[in-house]
Design a protein around this ligand. Structure first.
Ligand SMILES: Nc1ncnc2c1ncn2[C@@H]1O[C@H](COP(=O)(O)OP(=O)(O)OP(=O)(O)O)[C@@H](O)[C@H]1O
Length: 266
């Protein structure tokens, strides 16, 4: 089962077209993610990472290629997918309580009230916010709000979880806690995770693989395996020689991507 392909991105191209100005964001992206994998994506700013995620989420029309989730072409937001964005402040509804926010997609899914209540409680518990159900998002810190966004995503029980720079706006200590939370939930739930980040160390700490993207128009520069033990912790893992070796390699790749290096000319 673990070798089944969950996400298949084949020859993806995306050009934003507007009168008098076309922006070719993604030229030719091809990669596959197996069910239950945790894959990170890094690349230079403006490389098309968000564009890629929005295409996978079914939020943008493709200009070429195809995206398949569990064998089915993605042409609209797929039922089995959840997305956590960077801007938790804008992704939570301020007029709803934490419970209301986490419950909303479950209502849309058609779950009965008792089942919804159980899933909301379980998800808030999993992200360490069992006592915040009646609070409103604006009463919580940034890190807590992002936990609510994660709780909302996991309560929905997606088969694929997309995360677009989810921790970019939180402080370093909270970020480390949230990274560990993602790994814990990923292991517990067996969900397939695609995680976009600017932070090279974060990509190596979290991922089983790191896809390094070229600059725009985007292609995959290198698919880097992260052969670190599965049990990771912020101190031991990050200070291990193997971690340093991989993060140095990814760092050099991103630097060469910034200089415009592309696979066909390497
Ligand atoms: N709606 C849009 N219309 C036109 N061009 C766009 C649009 N959205 C993004 N772009 C362009 O597409 C390219 C890729 O943008 P995208 O946001 O996907 O990159 P990114 O890798 O996520 O960037 P960053 O790391 O800075 O967040 C950029 O040149 C951007 O200006």
């Amino acid at each position: 089962m673990s070798d089944t392909i969950a996400l298949d991105v084949a020859g993806l191209a995306k050009t934003y077209r507007s009168p008098g100005r076309d922006v070719e964001a993604v030229r030719d992206l091809t990669f596959q993610i197996r069910r239950g994998e945790l894959v990170c994506i890094v690349g230079p700013s403006g490389a098309g990472k968000t564009t890629l995620l929005r295409c996978i989420a079914g939020l943008l029309d493709l200009s070429g290629g195809q995206i398949r989730l569990d064998g089915t072409a993605v042409t609209e937001p797929p039922a089995g997918m959840a997305v956590v964005f960077q801007e938790y402040g804008r992704s939570l509804f301020p007029w709803l309580t934490v419970r209301g926010n986490v419950e909303l997609p479950l209502k849309e899914k058609g779950l009965a009230k008792a089942a919804r209540a159980a899933k909301v409680a379980e998800a808030l518990d999993a992200v360490g916010l069992p006592d915040s159900a009646d609070a409103h998002p604006w009463q919580l810190s940034g890190g807590m709000q992002q936990r609510v966004a994660i709780a909302r995503a996991i309560a929905y029980e997606p088969s694929v979880l997309l995360m677009d720079e989810p921790f970019a706006a939180v402080d370093a200590q909270t970020r480390a806690d949230l990274e560990d939370l993602v790994r814990t939930l990923w292991k517990r739930l067996g969900v397939t995770v695609l995680f976009v980040t600017h932070d090279i160390d974060e990509s190596v700490y979290l991922g089983q693989r790191v896809l390094v993207l070229s600059n725009r128009p985007t292609v995959v520069l290198e698919d880097v395996p992260v052969d670190l033990p599965d049990d990771r912790d912020q101190l031991t893992t990050r200070s291990s020689p193997q971690f340093t070796k991989i993060r140095t390699h990814v760092y050099e790749l991103v630097q060469s991507a910034k200089r415009g290096e592309r696979p066909e000319v390497r």
